[in-house]
Design a protein around this ligand. Structure first.
Ligand code: AMP
Ligand code: MG
Length: 342
């Protein structure tokens, strides 16, 4: 199969062509503000199966359903609690996925056998236009091979999926750069299942207390049942093993310098590039600029795969704001191999 890159800025039929693939039960790469997604008709179980095949995704890992109009949600869930309305009002369109009890029409392939479904209204014109052109909600996980760092440009998607899918829509580099926040509203209290583009602090301003799933901060064994199945897999990982060093940035730079092998790759804050001039080194933005870190980390983790580094060391932001999501992705890329310097 030849994968077509469809650019809506240059081809006025781009959406029509992509929507045609979707309605024929095929999968298409699409940009969102978080990361690129691999989209199929969420109401067509056979089409959704092709997403799992293209990515090599474990079948027990459910998909998020993307909508382009609030009213689209009504048919996809069996109940909309007050907190869902408040969150939608505050953060949609945007990088927030809300887990709710699913309606009958959601195929088992989307929910991976759970009785819930994750819904998101993305804030990206290309994604919205594709959903509207297809006229159906789109199930889409991140458009990377399973286990690899997520994709934040159409070029990344091509690297992972060229030849495996019919088309990718071009939409530029993702402006958020880490995946959506996932919050579950099916239990007694709102529960954060995955940190992402909307911070915990922002959620708490709208719904009050939010429980934090333990899979966010620690490694969960294969035998344990977790609320968001995706959280238990090694994820976002480049080929070389990663070690995350947390704590004061001067101390972590010093520690990495003392412990890294000559053949190591380093992912560091921009201020520290000169400290690591002897190493293959990529920067992830300035220490206090966590939104540029979010934009940079997947590209940098992928870039190490183009080098011959034998191990990767990375600095890490604190858990405040978007830092919780960046730190979570780095720790997951490291399989939770983390050194805490306090
Ligand atoms: P991805 O789109 O690749 O970022 O993966 C989607 C994430 O959302 C995974 O971590 C899933 O486990 C999570 N997710 C999707 N649907 C549900 C659901 N119904 N319940 C809990 N987590 C979900
Ligand atoms: Mg993913």
């Amino acid at each position: 199969m030849n994968t077509q890159l469809l650019n809506p800025d240059k081809d006025e039929k781009a959406y029509e062509k992509a929507a045609k693939y979707i309605l024929a039960g095929e999968v298409v790469g699409m940009p969102t503000e978080t990361v690129y997604g691999l989209a199929a008709n969420a109401l067509d179980g056979q089409a959704v199966k092709k997403i799992f095949i293209a990515k090599g995704r474990p079948q027990d890992n459910p998909l998020i359903v993307h909508i382009a109009d609030l009213k689209q949600m009504d048919k996809l869930v069996s109940f909309i609690p007050e907190n869902a309305k408040k969150l939608a009002d505050a953060f949609w369109p945007g990088p927030l996925t809300i887990i709710l009890p699913k309606a009958e029409c959601i195929p088992i392939e989307v929910s991976a056998g759970l009785d819930t479904v994750g819904i998101r209204f993305p804030n990206h014109k290309v994604a919205q236009n594709l959903i509207k052109a297809a006229g159906v909600p789109l199930a889409a996980p991140s458009a990377n091979l399973s286990g690899r760092p997520s994709t934040t440009t159409a070029k990344h998607v091509m690297e992972d999926l060229n030849g495996k899918i019919p088309a990718v829509l071009e939409g530029g580099a993702c402006t958020v750069g880490v995946e959506s926040t996932v919050i579950s509203l099916v239990g007694d209290k709102p529960r954060l299942l995955r940190p992402g583009g909307i911070s915990l602090e922002q959620l708490m301003e709208v719904v009050g207390e939010v429980e934090i799933d333990r899979a966010i901060k620690e490694k969960i064994g294969d035998d344990v049942r977790v609320s968001a199945p995706g959280m238990k897999y090694r994820h976002y990982a480049p080929k070389a093993p990663v070690t995350v060093v947390c704590g004061d940035a001067n101390k972590t730079a010093e520690y990495i310098k003392q412990n890294a092998n000559k053949t190591a790759g380093i992912l560091c804050f921009k201020e520290y590039m000169n400290v690591f001039s002897d190493y293959k080194c990529f920067e992830m933005g300035f220490k206090d600029d966590v939104s540029s870190q979010a934009k940079r980390i997947f590209d940098a983790l992928r870039a190490f795969d183009e080098t011959d580094v034998t191990e990767i060391w990375t600095q890490c932001p604190s858990d405040e704001g978007l830092g919780l999501a960046v730190a979570n992705r780095l720790k997951k890329a490291a399989g939770f191999h983390v050194i805490n310097l306090g």
